[in-house]
Design a protein around this ligand. Structure first.
Ligand SMILES: [Zn+2]
Length: 238
């Protein structure tokens, strides 16, 4: 069993739940998918229904790349709801965020030793960040840092080029698309865990890892919520 800080996470989740509503005192938590009582955010059955990640192709500059689940079925829906919250009050629904945060924590538990010294999210370009309002990868990186007790460096990488979407590009075109698109804003020694929501060919993660290694990272491991399968020929939009 890996020495991740599970009790801390559980305490934190309780604190979040407490803060999001005293209603929990009178209304017990329910599974966000099927509505089963006393399960949050997903019950064991709904969590089981998410297909495990089955890919393990090596990605240049990365020691390993782990994902909690395959990018298919309900996982696609949860990630979409997390990344594209509707405007207004409906966008404050914290359930999709709870689900994907639990999934990225599961991915962290699958990662090879040692635990990270630093946790870094894959950055968005500032124009995209302004349009979106938040960087989904940064939300996930915060969770991974909490799980591991590592230092969170949310701004260690900067996306200097607003690259066109990778959707529809093949492996080689993706690599060229992100070449030189990132810079490291700080020195990042030790073991670094690089966090993103969905991994497809790994071109973005590979380019980020290359930059981190040039700035002192000894080993870089990617931690993702979901991975697209080569069986399923589609990719999420950024
Ligand atoms: Zn359920």
């Amino acid at each position: 069993m890996r020495l991740l800080r599970k009790p801390v996470r559980q305490f934190h989740d309780l604190a979040i739940r407490g803060a999001t509503g005293l209603l929990d005192l009178v209304v017990p938590p329910r599974c966000a998918s099927c509505g089963a009582w006393l399960a949050h955010p997903l019950c064991a059955v709904c969590r089981e229904r998410l297909e495990p990640d089955g890919e393990d192709a090596a990605i240049p500059h990365l020691e390993a790349c782990v994902a909690a689940v395959a990018y298919t079925g309900d996982a696609v829906d949860w990630l979409h709801r997390f990344k594209y919250p509707p405007p207004g009050l409906a966008g404050l629904d914290g359930v999709p965020t709870s689900v994907v945060r639990d999934l990225v924590a599961d991915a962290a538990h699958l990662a090879p030793e040692p635990l990270p010294d630093r946790v870094v999210p894959v950055p968005l370009h500032r124009l995209r960040l302004r349009a979106r309002g938040f960087n989904p990868a940064a939300v996930l990186a915060r969770q991974v840092a909490r799980e591991t007790g590592a230092i969170l460096l949310p701004l260690a990488l900067v996306r200097t080029r607003d690259t066109p979407t990778q959707t529809g590009l093949d492996r080689r075109a993706r690599r060229l698309n992100v070449a030189g698109a990132f810079q490291a804003a700080s020195h990042t020694p030790g073991t670094v865990w690089l966090v993103d929501d969905v991994v497809t060919t790994g071109a973005t993660l590979s380019e980020c890892a290359r930059v981190l290694r040039r700035r002192g990272a000894h080993r870089v491991v990617a931690i993702c919520v979901a991975r697209t399968s080569r069986r399923l020929d589609y990719a999420p939009r950024r």
